[in-house]
Ligand binder design. Structure first.
Ligand SMILES: Cc1cc2nc3c(=O)[nH]c(=O)nc-3n(C[C@H](O)[C@H](O)[C@H](O)COP(=O)(O)O)c2cc1C
Length: 401
């Protein structure tokens, strides 16, 4: 299977599965507990159908929108995901460059393997930095100052990771940070020699933003991601801490991980300019409702006072259109580009973005809608799921496996 045979996210997923040692593939692919929320995040879109119009003069088709004070070329941008170096040796650099090329926002995780400063200087594209409130408050505020100096356009505070979700695939595969050879994983690393070669002989793995401040950032100190989260993140934080961080930043600021109407209103009242409705891609609280399931109620509660961004389950252009019609300003995707990064580095991410952008554009034409802002709820119909299994991609593919 080749990159140019990958036509949709499921194709990239299959290719990532072939390319990565099992512990790493399952680290991307997996969710928490029984993965019910992971599945629901995508299948929720099947409960709503699109109603197209015809003869609508689409000569001035325009996919652009403005979110987090940035004009982007199309209404999808990239969610923050930690440790990209594990999935391809170009890591965050590959993804940031692809985002710039496709005119959209790149979000850098606090747990990135390339530093705030290097990504800041690498591209001219808009960048959002994802922040966690660490027990070490000085480190948290140091991030804010570093992002200002490196010209990041926005900040987002993730609030759903005070403790790591129970990701049982990682327990089975022995996924540690960085990956460790255990008897169970040895065979998988050995049979993926190209990945192992690149991991061992190229740039050393490190959590670039915390490498000098926190022991866990040093690749000689092997602790699991779960241990890192459980030991470094502050569980005593409240909305007052968010308010202080928003004031310290003083620019576009999103709260990521909002799932309730109450929190959406609190985020707005704390001064956030955007909320990212997100359950961390089904990696935290299993049994949690899906972002799309909460979108209507949250949009109705916050009105136009705060931008609403949908994060989670996006696998198709039609998912994006449904979210926009329901009231979202833009959508984010995580696994959609991570599978492609693992499958083919920057080239893979570019093809995934191209295919997704093409889908959004084609679906806009098929819907008879010239501007993304023209989509509204009159173009949606509630209904029973389109597929009995909640599948979001066809169960066949022309691409060779
Ligand atoms: C491998 C992986 C790592 C992630 N790391 C982070 C992170 O460091 N910070 C964060 O706020 N969210 C993180 N997320 C969650 C994503 O930002 C996003 O919420 C999620 O991927 C959206 O769901 P989707 O994958 O269905 O698009 C991660 C997700 C994945 C799959």
């Amino acid at each position: 299977m080749r990159i140019d045979h990958c036509n949709n996210i499921e194709d990239f997923r299959r290719m990532a599965k072939r390319r990565l040692p099992a512990p790493l593939f399952h680290y991307i692919d997996g969710g928490s507990d029984d993965e019910a929320t992971l599945r629901r995040n995508s299948s929720a879109f099947d409960d709503v159908r699109l109603i197209p119009n015809g003869l609508a003069d689409l000569s001035g088709l325009d996919l652009s929108t403005e979110v987090l004070s940035q004009k982007i070329d199309w209404p999808v941008f990239l969610s923050p995901t930690g440790m990209s170096r594990l999935f391809h040796h170009d890591g965050e650099r590959a993804v940031a460059r692809a985002a710039e090329k496709f005119g959209t926002i790149y979000s850098l995780s606090s747990l990135s393997t390339v530093s705030i400063e290097e990504i800041g200087a690498l591209t001219a594209g808009p960048k959002c930095f994802q922040i966690y409130i660490h027990k070490d408050r000085a480190l948290t505020y140091e991030f804010v100052e570093r992002c200002k100096a490196a010209n990041y356009s926005s900040l987002c505070l993730t609030i759903d990771t005070l403790v790591a979700g129970n990701r049982e695939r990682d327990l089975v595969t022995g996924m540690v940070m960085p990956p460790k050879l255990t008897p169970a994983s040895l065979l998988s690393f050995a049979t993926h020699w190209d990945w192992s070669f690149n991991f061992l002989l190229r740039e050393k793995f490190r959590l670039a933003n915390v490498a000098t401040s926190v022991n866990a950032g040093n690749s000689t100190n092997l602790i699991s991601v779960i241990d890192y989260i459980n030991s470094q993140f502050d569980r005593s934080i409240t909305w007052k801490d968010a308010e202080e961080l928003i004031a310290a930043w003083g620019g576009p600021f999103a709260i990521k991980g909002v799932m309730s109407v109450e929190d959406a209103v609190r985020a707005r009242d704390a001064g956030a300019s955007a909320i990212m409705i997100s359950n961390h891609g089904g990696r935290q609280l299993d049994g949690c409702t899906a972002p799309f399931d909460m979108l209507q109620r949250i949009c109705d509660a916050v009105g136009d006072d705060v931008e609403v961004i949908l994060d989670g389950g996006i696998r198709r252009g039609t998912h994006v259109l449904k979210a926009l019609a329901m009231g979202a300003k833009a959508c984010m995707m995580g696994r959609g580009y991570l599978y492609a990064l693992a499958a083919g580095g920057q080239k893979g991410v570019e093809r995934a973005l191209q295919r997704m952008r093409d889908e959004v554009e084609r679906d806009m034409v098929l819907m008879g809608t010239a501007k993304v802002g023209d989509l509204d709820r009159s173009r949606l119909q509630n209904g029973s799921p389109l597929t009995s299994q909640g599948a979001t991609t066809p169960n066949f593919s022309l691409a060779a496996e």
